[in-house]
Design a protein around this ligand. Structure first.
Ligand SMILES: [Zn+2]
Length: 233
């Protein structure tokens, strides 16, 4: 029983750290947020101003948090700095490449199997829409002008929602095709089972009938026994 308490205490301790409720965990979070902001500035030059402003603001909050006394109050201040370092557009930019890669994979998959789809036209339309969405976002990355966090948030929100709906459309095509496939397989399986059943019944009907009275074997289909004329069933 005592061991159980130890395990529970250790688990709670682990959770506390992983949820970021210690200054050390906040510090780790902060370092990774700072790295991310720096990396994204290089990766998305058109967002550099907005990203730099976020970093400056968050750094001021972090510096002041480091001077806060009392662990609980300090953790709260550190959390404030970390959340200031990760506004929505920063998270969106961070996940953008993955979203675009996933959409490309999905699009390629649908394009490669277009002939397998019951509605090949719908598959082509969804793939072409995905292609346009990718071109729009790629073009946007090159030309966007995000002067501050608000405009940056609006821009990446638009991209994210476009990428998500293009991906949804492609998945819908895949699901519809899969359902058609499943339905066809179910129908084929049923037809096969019916055939087997019929074959078994035919086989049964061909069997000779033994007369219960005299034991004579009669041809399949006989109504009366050829030995004793008793009716056969
Ligand atoms: Zn008989």
């Amino acid at each position: 029983m005592k061991n159980l308490y130890v395990v529970v205490a250790m688990l709670l301790g682990f959770l506390a750290v992983s949820c970021g409720t210690s200054p050390e965990a906040q510090k780790n979070q902060w370092n990774s947020n700072k790295k991310r902001l720096t990396r994204l500035q290089a990766e998305y030059p058109n967002f550099k101003t907005a990203l730099a402003a976020v970093l400056t603001d968050a750094e001021a909050k972090w510096t002041s948090a480091e001077g806060v006394s009392g662990e609980e109050a300090q953790i709260e201040a550190m959390q404030g700095a970390n959340s200031a370092a990760s506004p929505q557009f920063v998270k969106d930019l961070d996940g953008l490449n993955k979203k675009m890669e996933d959409l490309k994979d999905l699009m390629t998959d649908v394009q490669q199997h277009v002939a397998d789809y019951g509605d090949a036209a719908a598959a082509r339309v969804a793939a072409s829409e995905a292609n346009n969405t990718l071109a729009t976002v790629e073009g946007g990355i090159r030309t966007a002008s995000a002067s501050d966090a608000n405009s940056a948030n609006a821009i990446t929100k638009g991209w994210t929602s476009k990428l998500e709906s293009a991906s949804k459309r492609l998945k819908k095509v895949q699901e519809t095709a899969q359902k058609k496939k499943d339905d066809k397989k179910a129908a084929d399986d049923k037809a096969k089972a019916d055939d087997d059943k019929k074959a078994a019944a035919d086989e049964e009907a061909k069997k000779p009938i033994k007369c219960a009275g005299c034991g004579t074997m009669n041809e399949a289909g006989s109504l009366k026994c050829s030995g004793c004329t008793a009716p056969l069933d």
